[in-house]
Design a protein around this ligand. Structure first.
Ligand code: PLP
Length: 407
């Protein structure tokens, strides 16, 4: 393992973290929503536009080759980061696009009435709504795997619901609300035994854990770049080669073809077959820089740092009377969803904002999970390695102050 980073120096790589908000130093605790970006990523995007800007895979001129090389180089780095071949990695605008691609290209042509799509109660809307669209159009049904009171996936319920009619199981690697880290390899093994195809939402996993996709045994793995230090509008979908070969394209246009005639078009090979139109070139290059940055810090160091911060935050918040935390799964990621008795989540988040503290309040794009807990909204403090002990103390003090104001 590489040497443990000096976290205070690392923090200095993130320009926005020096900001003042409402006259107070910013405490950014909304990284599960979108992470902040280090100088290296900002520089990579800036450098592309200043020095190399051209479209990819089209022009033979120097700038065109440089842009293509940088773009494909970023794909290769991203693929190495998750240990998959670069030609199995479709570059997308994020998880939402990736899951929709699987829904439209894999599921829509294959499912029909009598088939079942299995989801879990802890999914983000991006891993619910595309499947509802597929179900509406094909006549397939949706079933939902339950969670335990601690917020873990109920594996007995999963096994019971993996019946012969289930064709596809879509679930999150890490819950954006509860922080639960699901045992992906175990779940995929159960699904595979029964011939069920698996789609994993890796949005909240890649920024915090070392992810080795082949060892997970899934069929599809979707993720988003902006939560892992990269620019917005970037991400990827890994799929088994056989699926990529068999799936029809989702969007048609330039880049995804080999030859177009009015009588017939021959598609490009995967992954390009699924990448119609001009992509987010600068964004993907920025995402490549984000991967380099994460690798330099070391995912094991990042994980250890965030777990240490989580322990401190949980202990400190437990001292606040009337504060309830949603999601207590062992080994959870550094996401703390909470409510304080008598305070509405939005009021609390507004008062925290006045103290310079950014937490998210609302349903976190997980209405069914909120309904399960019988609440309309929670506050969510999501930590990243660039947060500090002092910031956790400021959060705890600000909640304590807000509690007295709202009581
Ligand atoms: N899935 C999970 C678990 C998420 O947390 C998010 C983002 O909040 C998404 C999917 C959607 O990601 P994006 O909006 O980047 O497509």
């Amino acid at each position: 393992m590489s040497a443990r980073p000096d976290w205070l120096r690392v923090r200095a790589d993130f320009p926005v973290l020096t900001r003042q908000v409402h006259g107070k130093p910013l405490v950014y605790l909304d990284s599960a929503n979108t992470s902040q970006k280090p100088q290296a990523v900002i520089r990579a995007v800036d450098d592309f536009y200043r020095e190399h800007n051209a479209n990819v895979s089209r022009a033979v001129h120097a700038l065109g080759s440089e842009a293509t090389e940088a773009y494909e180089g970023a794909r290769a780095r991203l693929a190495r980061f998750i240990n998959v071949p670069a030609d199995e990695l479709v570059l997308t605008s994020g998880t939402t696009f990736g899951i929709n691609l699987v829904a439209y290209s894999w599921a829509l042509p294959r499912l029909s009435a009598g088939d079942t799509i299995l989801l879990t109660r802890m999914e983000h809307h991006a891993n619910i709504v595309p499947w509802q669209i597929v179900a509406e159009r094909t006549g397939a049904s949706i079933k939902v795997v339950d969670i335990t009171p601690a917020g873990e996936l109920d594996l007995d319920d999963l096994r019971a619901k993996l019946t012969g009619d289930v064709k596809l199981l879509a679930f999150t690697h890490v819950s954006n609300v509860l922080g639960t880290v699901n045992p992906v390899a175990v779940i995929c093994r159960e699904a595979r035994k029964r011939g069920v195809v698996t789609v994993v939402d890796g949005s909240q996993a890649l920024p915090h854990l070392a992810v080795d996709i082949p060892s997970l045994g899934c069929d599809f793995y979707a993720f988003t770049g902006h939560k892992m230090l990269g620019p917005t509008g970037t991400g990827g979908l890994w799929a088994r080669r056989q699926h990529l070969r068999e799936m029809p394209p989702f969007l048609g246009g330039g880049e995804m073809i080999r030859e177009v005639r009015f009588e017939k078009t021959v598609y490009n090979d995967p992954p390009h077959k699924f990448e119609a139109g001009t992509p987010n070139i600068a964004g993907v290059i920025g995402l490549g820089a984000a991967v380099d940055y994460l690798e330099t810090l070391g995912m094991d160091h990042i994980h250890a740092r965030e777990q240490a911060l989580l322990r401190i935050a949980e202990e400190r918040l437990a001292e606040i009377p009337g504060l309830r935390i949603f999601g207590q799964a062992p080994g959870k990621a550094a996401v703390i969803s909470f409510l304080v008795d008598g305070a509405h989540a939005h009021d609390l988040a507004t008062l925290l904002d006045l103290e310079g503290i950014a937490v998210r309040s609302g349903h976190h794009c997980a209405h069914p999970l909120m309904a399960h807990f019988g609440v309309a909204a929670t506050c969510r403090a999501s930590l990243a390695f660039y947060n500090t002990h002092v910031e956790i103390e400021r959060l705890a003090e600000a909640i304590t102050k807000a509690r007295t104001l709202l009581a």
